[in-house]
Structures are given as structure tokens and as C-alpha cells.
Design a protein around this ligand. Sequence first.
Ligand SMILES: Cc1ncc(COP(=O)(O)O)c(C=O)c1O
Length: 357
Amino acid sequence: MSEAIRITRATAKKPRPKDDELGFGTVFTDHMFVTDFQEEKGWYDPRVEPYGPLSLDPATAVLHYAQEIFEGLKAYRAPDGGVTLFRADSNARRFRDSAARMAMAQLPEELFLGSIRELIKIDHEWVPTDPDGSLYLRPFMYASEVFLGVKPSAEYLYVLIASPVGSYFKGGLRPVTVWVAADYTRAAPGGTGAAKCGGNYAASLVAQAEATENECDQVVFLDAVRRRFVDELGGMNIFFVYDDGTLTTPPLTGTILPGITRDSVITLARAAGHKVKERKVSFADWRADAASGRLREVFACGTAAVLTPIGAVRSRAGDFTIADGGIGEVTVALRQSLLDIQRGRADDPHGWVRRVV
Ligand SMILES: Cc1ncc(COP(=O)(O)O)c(C=O)c1O
């Protein structure tokens, strides 16, 4: 980073939760990283300061036109006590791509990665030592110009906060049930589906609420044009595993998030000898292949839950299960090999893991 980082230490340290008390996204570390952008100045005043509220003028652009993007990644405690990141350079790149789609200033990748290094350096004690725990990192950026005109903001604030998190699956891995949304879609061609912008998630919440009402864990979205092909879950990509060992996942056509877990799974599955196809899967075929037994496993994947088996599908057109509704062996094997690389328990042939501290 060219400009020196100002560091203001928190005067009092917050109590840290014990490893067995960790939830998701409710407790935050002592500090945050902040930097500003102005069209005339570029990025300026990078700083680490005590975690605390942001003050916003009521006319701040993000509150009106939702120019906001974010990322989600984890820092892991390595077996030797150090702290590592998994493919953080891909998150940095996706953050830039999201910014470009939302007509926002692009944060240089080095500044994105530098912000993570600085925050972890000061708050490294917050990275859980529990083998299932991690420090969830949430970089985000919003339009901070005070102006009500509808145009790209001339000012932005980038902030990085961090939260210690436990295992997504309390009490062990279990298959989830998903709800296929019929009335709501997530992203149309030409829209913002491939960007990690807050608005995509706001639009998905009513469908997720419908899933919960139908006693499902997660919602699955179909394509917005024909309502025929599977896109992704509210916060995860999806894979189908067939009886010949082939994996299929929807292609990156701009309506789904290009998941870093998705990309890692494709690489690991190919290395393990599976054929992987990036191809559209219709809901009708999903159902027919489950009924015939050709479809052996389905799983969702993302940073938060790694790989999650999907055991049952519910929709207005009826319900069905995948194989015996349990946890498939390909899902378990891929999940384990990804976790072992992320946690430093296995070789890292793809150079995905980087040490921070
Ligand atoms: C909509 C959506 N799809 C997919 C993913 C998975 O992406 P990644 O594997 O990069 O976490 C996420 C999670 O961040 C998401 O929010």
C-alpha cells in the first residue's frame, strides 16, 4: 500500500467468546479497517480503528439507490498456530468485478488483501483455535456521497469487519431440505446476479421466508426467463452427482454468483477423476433423474457451509428425495478434501492457501 496506514487501537478489549460458544455473525473483533474514496483523490486515508458505528448523513447515496457490494471469506488457524487465507485473491477480484457492475470505484486488489492482513495482524487472537472455527471476514463498500441525484456516487467507503464463527452444522453434518421458488426469481440475464451486491439478497428474502414457511432450510431459484432451469440457492451454488460419477453444475451465464467454492470443487472433483460439466439442469430433469435413481447426490456449496448435502426437495408441484435422502459419499469426500486443504491438513497442490500471520 502506498499511503501509511493509521492505526488507532481500541482502549478496551472486548471479551472473546469461547470456541464452543461461537455462533455466526453476532460478535465482532476489536477493530475494523476503513478507507475512503473520492473521485479527485482516489483511495485515501487507510486506517485501522476501534470497531464501532458508522455515521451517515440521511442523504447518503447508498440509503437511496443501494450502491453497495460485499465479500465473504474466512481466516483459518493453521496447525502450527499461524493464520491462513484461502483464495483471498479470488475474493479481491470478485469484489472488483462486483464494483464494476454496480458502477462503483474499484478497490485495488492489493488494498483489499492488505486490509485483511492489517486487521488480522491486530486482531489475530480472535481467530478460533477450534478445528471447526474460523474468523469470518466481511469486506464491504458503499456509496457515501451525500447527494440525491440518481448517478454513480463520486465517493465510497470501504470497510472490513471480522467475526469469529463456529461450525455451520452444530451437532454434525446433516442433509438439508430445499424449497424451489415458483413466484420469485433472483436475477435476470443482464441483471446483477453475478455481482455480490446487497440488493440481490434483499430481493431473495421473501423467497427464503417462503422456504422457511414450508419447513425448508434454503430456497432454490430457477432462471428468470423460462422458470425452468436451476440457477442457485439464496447463498450457495449447486452441484448434481450422477450414477456414472459425473458432476454437473449450472454455467456462469451472469445470473449466478461465480462461487469460489464452486470453482474449487470443480478443480478438486476433476483431480479426483470425476467428469465435471458446466451445463444447465432443468427442474423437470432434476425430478425425473431423482425418481429414476440416475441422480445419486445433490449438494450446495459456499464459504459459510463449505459443502452441504441436499436430501430432499419441496415445491408447489410436489416433493421428492435424492437417493435415500442421506449424505452422499462424493459430497463427503469432496467436502473433506476441501476442508483439509483450507485447514492446512493436506498438501495444497493448487497454491490456494496463503499465510497472513
Ligand atoms: C448467492 C450466492 N451464491 C454462491 C455463493 C458461494 O460463493 P463462495 O463459494 O465464493 O462463498 C454465495 C456465498 O457467498 C452466495 O451468496
